[in-house]
Design a protein around this ligand. Structure first.
Ligand code: ISJ
Length: 409
């Protein structure tokens, strides 16, 4: 990416304003990864044909063309839902800043502290724990029938707190706790009777990154709760690496990613064994994948759309799993388990799987978490795994799962 501004010299412009609490996150878009740190400001006026076109690639092309005409940096940022034909949140910020690693280190000093623990008024899990166990049992029956080999079942948690939530403090709490994750905040308009807000999170999972002629991906699947005790944590990592059920669950995602990327590549390899990645309260099996692209290089977005939904958020076979998810989950995933990131007119870009996230609107937050079901999965363990994954956002909101006020999830 060559056309982005670095810490902009413009008088009166503060590239960090949305992260420092000096500009509204609802008028900004943020994507921070170990490779790129992008902060866009001024997104106010962007609803239009691109919002309603069911093809995300056409939506992005439309926005890039509009950016070119308006003389803006041709970079589209935002989120595409789990159902990519649904409402995406894609924008071309009026001002875009790319923060260098040195700027970023200095910037961290300016971030506000975590939110004060809010007073929880109501919490509503969907499905409730019994409903989720039943959905997993149903999924296991379909796996036993041979209809499916893997299925990812998720649930959502609606929270209402006494005062409006400050999304900036929630995002900066995530930044401090998850510096190696892909961190994001995307504005949400008022819709379906709900007020405007933001969609934000800290995803450990890179769907795809393209930089010049190279492509990177990092499928995750197969998880265990982390322990605060280092010796116990090390034992859990050994247990995860040795778990046949988790290795089987992981293999679906890793194979699918390599096989989907292979036609785009001159060279690509699947590492023989997965490693692990720690993501706050949870540890995942992880396979980093690198490929050399075949000319003409496909764009990051084309590859992201080809990969989505990977078996890490959908299942195997894909179409059957997506149909089972619609039938068994009983809520709309919206932007959860879709993709969030950026792409430019040269085809470079980076897209994370939209995980460990929440929609925050006023004094309400909707959280999401899912778990992969394969032969050998146990409903109670999968329920616990989703509760562990929810902790990432609960902690950032100041609602630690250990507190007596914690929601009954
Ligand atoms: C579905 C989620 O996470 C995905 C599922 C995982 C699993 O089942 O082990 C692990 C990481 C993610 O690929 C989620 O965080 O909601």
């Amino acid at each position: 990416m060559t056309h982005l501004l670095t810490m902009a010299p413009l008088a009166g412009h503060d590239p960090l304003a949305p992260l420092a609490g000096a500009a509204d996150l609802a008028d900004s878009v943020v994507f921070l990864s170990p490779s790129e740190r992008l902060v866009g400001q001024g997104i106010g006026d962007q609803a239009g044909p691109a919002e309603t076109d069911p093809d995300p690639a056409r939506r992005v092309a439309h926005l890039l063309e509009a950016a070119r005409r308006a003389g803006r940096a041709p970079v589209v940022m935002g989120a595409i839902p789990f159902d990519p034909s649904g409402r995406s949140r894609l924008v071309v910020p009026r001002r875009l800043d790319r923060l260098s690693p040195a700027c970023w280190q200095a910037a961290l000093q300016r971030l506000p502290g975590p939110p004060a623990p809010p007073r929880l008024l109501r919490s509503h899990p969907r499905p409730d724990p019994d409903g989720y166990r039943r959905a997993v049992e149903n999924g296991l029956a379909r796996i036993a029938d041979g209809e499916l080999a893997k299925l990812v079942l998720a649930r959502s948690l609606d929270l209402e707190v006494a005062d409006p939530i400050d999304p900036c403090r929630v995002l900066t709490a995530l930044i401090r706790r998850h510096p190696g994750s892909l961190l994001y905040s995307v504005p949400l308009p008022a819709e379906d009777g709900r007020e405007a807000g933001v969609f934000l999170g800290a995803s450990p999972e890179l769907l795809v990154r393209k930089a010049g002629g190279r492509v990177f991906a990092n499928p995750l699947a197969g998880s265990i709760a982390a322990s605060p005790d280092p010796a116990e944590n090390a034992r859990r990592i050994e247990r995860l690496l040795a778990s046949g059920k988790d290795r089987h669950e992981h293999a679906f995602a890793a194979h699918a990613v390599v096989e989907t990327l292979r036609p785009f590549c001159r060279t690509i390899e699947l590492p023989a064994t997965p490693g692990v990645v720690a993501a706050g309260p949870i540890i995942h099996l992880s396979t980093p994948i690198v490929g050399e692209l075949r000319a003409p290089w496909a764009s990051a977005l084309d590859m992201a759309l080809a990969l989505h939904p990977t078996p890490a958020v959908g299942g195997t076979p894909t179409a059957g799993a997506v149909a089972a998810i619609a039938e068994l989950e009983g809520f709309d995933r919206g932007l959860y388990a879709g993709m969030v990131g950026w792409c430019d007119a040269a085809g470079d870009g980076e897209w994370a799987v939209s995980l460990r996230c929440a929609e925050i609107r006023g004094n309400r937050a909707r959280l999401f978490a899912g778990a992969g079901i394969v032969d050998g999965s146990r409903p109670e363990a999968e329920l616990e795994e989703t509760a562990t994954k929810l902790k990432t956002m609960l902690t950032a909101l100041g609602l630690s799962a250990a507190e007596p006020t914690a929601p009954g999830f």
